[in-house]
Design a binder for this molecule. Structure first.
Ligand SMILES: *Cc1c(COP(=O)(O)O)cnc(C)c1O
Length: 393
């Protein structure tokens, strides 16, 4: 079984590029050039240098001793929370800004929900001196004020999406409209392993640095490159794709994907796409998405803004369908408690997204000598208000 993208841009039956005809030249240009550009020695050198000196990589692989003791297994945390800007998203935006420059683009657009991808994009645009326009739903602008301020300080223009539910979906539509109107000088930086081919594969390859590092770091710790389990939370699926990438075809490595169950998978308020999703098209690719019987996309819900997405990337739809990955659903309450537990046991305040991945230890029992690597995708600074209200701190 192949778990990587095939020549036609598909993972099994999922993926492809379902785009308006006006966007065809842009996406086709990217499709034809992305691998060639990524393989250029000068590209690799610049990418790796920035990951080292600017992002702060390699991120540590930390053996969480007290957490391991509590759950009677060996738990390692891949510390993406220590990256510049506080999460894994910067790996992708660094890669894409270098790609945009190689393609001769001078203007960058992006969509953002909670603002994390907007901040990561504004950061790399400042770094490279490129114009940056971030589309964001009007509602999200109101509820994510600190990230809006960050983007503005970094020199980005934040454009409100005022149609529909005025959230992420509408911001994405606005970004696509912009790209159609500015096809020559503009690159669209998508923030997760989603979108039309080649985006899911390109984003996955930029995030694959995560599992590349885990391999040699685990070898140092345990004398072997392969853990028994790799675990990551899934919104669109970029930190997960990067964590799994070099293990996809290693049969001794079990893959666990953690989705947000919100108030419960059957509550009508969740984002558990692998359970509730049906095949459909979202953001230009065929994948699993939550929809009504007549194909309208359902509003997702999760306490965590980064997991509050109605679809999953096509790679993950394929991993779910083939059974290569085990999918687990974690509720708001379970995630919040796991987040607080990490604070008390290890002195690390995790992003609420990452807390979902940590919560599996209450649901699933591992053997004492199992090595379980969990992607700690981001830090909890951005979620402080949420933690304060939830725990009445
Ligand atoms: C955005 C975000 C996620 C979810 O995005 P993926 O593309 O699924 O990785 C997870 N964790 C953090 C900290 C995030 O900021």
């Amino acid at each position: 079984m192949n778990y990587n993208v095939n020549e036609k841009g598909y993972y099994g039956e999922f993926g492809g590029a379902f785009i308006p005809e006006m966007l065809y030249p842009n996406v086709e240009e990217l499709r034809q050039k992305y691998l060639e550009v990524m393989n250029e020695p000068s590209f690799k050198e610049e990418f790796n240098q920035l990951l080292k000196d600017y992002v702060g990589r390699p991120s540590p692989l930390y053996f969480a001793k007290r957490l391991s003791k509590k759950y009677n297994t060996k738990i390692y945390l891949k510390r993406e929370d220590l990256n510049h800007t506080g999460a894994h998203k910067i790996n992708n935006t660094i890669g894409q800004i270098l790609m945009a420059k190689r393609l001769g683009k001078t203007r960058i657009i992006a969509e953002t929900g909670a603002g994390q991808h907007g901040v990561a994009t504004a950061t790399v645009c400042a770094l490279m001196g490129l114009e940056c326009i971030v589309y964001m739903g009007e509602i999200d602008i109101a509820r994510q004020a600190p990230n809006v301020a960050r983007m503005k300080m970094l020199g980005a223009k934040v454009m409100p999406a005022k149609s529909g539910s005025r959230t992420l979906k509408d911001a994405t539509n606005e970004a696509i409209r912009d790209w159609i109107n500015n096809p020559v000088n503009t690159h669209y930086i998508i923030g997760s392993a989603i979108g039309p081919h080649p985006y899911p594969d390109m984003v996955t390859r930029f995030q694959a640095i995560i599992s590349e590092e885990i391999k040699w770091q685990l070898k140092e710790h345990e004398g072997r490159e392969n853990p028994d389990y790799v675990v990551a939370c899934i919104g669109g699926g970029s930190n997960a794709a990067g964590t799994y990438y070099h293990y996809l075809h290693e049969e001794d490595v079990n893959i666990i994907a953690v989705e947000a169950a919100g108030h419960g998978v059957d509550s009508g308020e969740s984002a558990a796409t692998s359970v509730l999703g049906k095949e459909g098209i979202i953001h230009g690719c065929k994948t699993l998405l939550m929809q009504t019987p007549d194909g309208q996309i359902t509003e997702p819900y999760s306490i965590s803004a980064g997991l509050d997405y109605p679809g999953v990337g096509p790679m993950h739809a394929h991993l779910a369908k083939t059974g290569r990955a085990e999918f687990m659903s974690i509720t708001d309450d379970e995630a919040m408690n796991a987040g607080l537990e990490l604070c008390k046991l290890e002195g690390i305040i995790p992003a609420i997204e990452s807390s979902h991945a940590l919560a599996i230890f209450e649901q699933k029992t591992f053997k004492p000598d199992d090595v379980v690597v969990v992607s700690l995708s981001g830090r909890g600074d951005k979620d402080l208000q949420n933690y304060i209200e939830y725990f009445d701190i």
